[in-house]
Design a protein around this ligand. Sequence first.
Ligand SMILES: Nc1ncnc2c1ncn2[C@@H]1O[C@H](COP(=O)(O)OP(=O)(O)OP(=O)(O)O)[C@@H](O)[C@H]1O
Length: 614
Amino acid sequence: MSTHGEKFNPKLGKKAQSDPNQSRFVYKDDDDIDKAFNWKQFGRLFSYMRPYAKQMLPLILIMTVLGTVTKLAVPYLTGVVAIDGAIKGGDQKLLYIVTAAVLGLYLVQWVANVFRIRYTNIIGQRVIYDIRSSLFKHIQKLSFNFFDKRPAGSVLVRVTNDVNSLQDLFTNGAVNAMIDCVQLAGIMVILLLINWKLGLAVMITVPIMFFISTKLRQKIRMAWQDVRLKNSRINSHLNEAIQGIRVTQAYTQEKENMKFFNGMNADSRKSWNRASTMNQAFGPMIEITGGFGSMILFWYGTYLIQQGEVTVGLLVTFANYVGNFWDPINRLGQMYNQLLVAMASSERIFEFLDEEPSIDDKPGAKPLPKIRGDVNLEKVVFEYEPGRQALKGIDIEAKAGQSIALVGHTGSGKSTIINLLSRFYDVSEGSVKLDGNDVRDVKLESLRAQIGIVLQDTFIFSGTIRENIRFGRLDATDAEIEEVTRAVKAHDFIMALPGGYDTEVEERGSALSMGQRQLLSFARALLADPRILILDEATASIDTETELRIQEALKVLLEGRTSFIVAHRLSTIRHADKIIVLDHGEIKEQGTHAELIKHGGIYNGLVEAQFRFL
Ligand SMILES: Nc1ncnc2c1ncn2[C@@H]1O[C@H](COP(=O)(O)OP(=O)(O)OP(=O)(O)O)[C@@H](O)[C@H]1O
């Protein structure tokens, strides 16, 4: 693929769009690499440290000061006191004392560092925990239309990669920067105090060093960001590829997929190599500048010794301090870049956190009282996207305990109606009422607690069969679980499984057959015992025997509840109290099976067509 060898281009989104293969998996919201520094966001990010600041920051500060003071005392002791005082003055005792003091200082420094690192790690990990957990909590609350807009992979990448990229900043970056600033300021003061001329001469290199470490680091940072972006794409794609593995294999698209994956994989490798090469260039440049500083120091220092202004011991002290000078500058440059990377990640995290759920309790919403089960849709109009009506003025009246079947061609609006009943979306016009309460006026939790949903694509969570059924009502006893499984005739097949109710099932229930998964989801819904039941019937064909079992289970499940059934097999709805025939978002016919057959319209046609295929 020619485009994989392209020149480094930070705005990858544009490049990716020109490549048809790449454009399949472009997550453009993750593309922006370089952004201006945003103080407000910076403040918001660091506000996550606030709960721990009082408790831990003073300790960290004390350790930092202790570590820095002990570190800065050593060059002075070795140069001025040991060389100029003890060695030149021939004071053996002083030399011993200095040696012991230096040893002691190193020990204190070591202890201070150990504790500082421990405390910063604790803070860092707590902050990361908090961010990750608030992000997940928030994402769980977001409405369907949020997930409609983005692939699951890109949501996943934010919770994993973006949060992880804050890890470095919080676990050591921020505190190291503080230490470096203190150290740098300390060294500068000491250098100027010892000999301001020599001090100033050496500091000429500081701006050069800063320039190199920020500018070059900026390029390096962008290169690493690029690596991160490429890796995010791989992760996102991987998520999609694994989810869709059955389709891939069914259509024997493995080779195509592999080619695409390898393209992304190669991109990631190249991008890493590029970043790594840049990184390697950085060290020598800093060293050369450092060497330049040392050259000034020794050249000018020797001159000052000759002038009698400086002693040898002082020059050694100086050289030691200067040796400690480059590291903080270098690290601060690195830290600055780390901060910018973290800012980019936090921007994406905050974007999610700021996304308000479009469906939420309105102020003063009251809990929905226990309902009988009357459902009314009045003049309901709904648009997923502005200007495209999926429902064009729907009126449905369901009395408590009635079963309503929704039929119609694909895309006619059946799923949309059931999405509105549970208020996964809000109507654009009109209203949905349960026992006369508008669903928008009541607390969402109390609404959904009274509506049970059995979806086409039965989701089985990883865990045991028992846990999966208990998902319907968490406080259900084992006996109650068995009661519902017996009622929907799932008990026998569960007992036939190797571990019975404790059999572990896979994430998407792949260890179970389609019919078994349906029965489990019936049991789950029956356990929840909702007043209203929504059933989106599975489209997959199942054998007649299983179908009969499902029909029987369904009878148990529907008894005494208001139910809405999206039926694909028309045999399921023969006994429905009302069959509603939809077409392009409008109700075309409604009545009982017998009435509609007699009418000889769309429904009659659908029934005939189904029999023709049987
Ligand atoms: N999330 C969505 N975003 C935008 N448009 C949507 C969305 N979901 C459905 N639509 C559109 O709304 C219309 C009604 O779709 P709906 O899913 O309700 O049909 P359906 O009758 O349930 O079809 P099926 O029998 O295939 O499940 C269709 O034109 C569809 O393209």
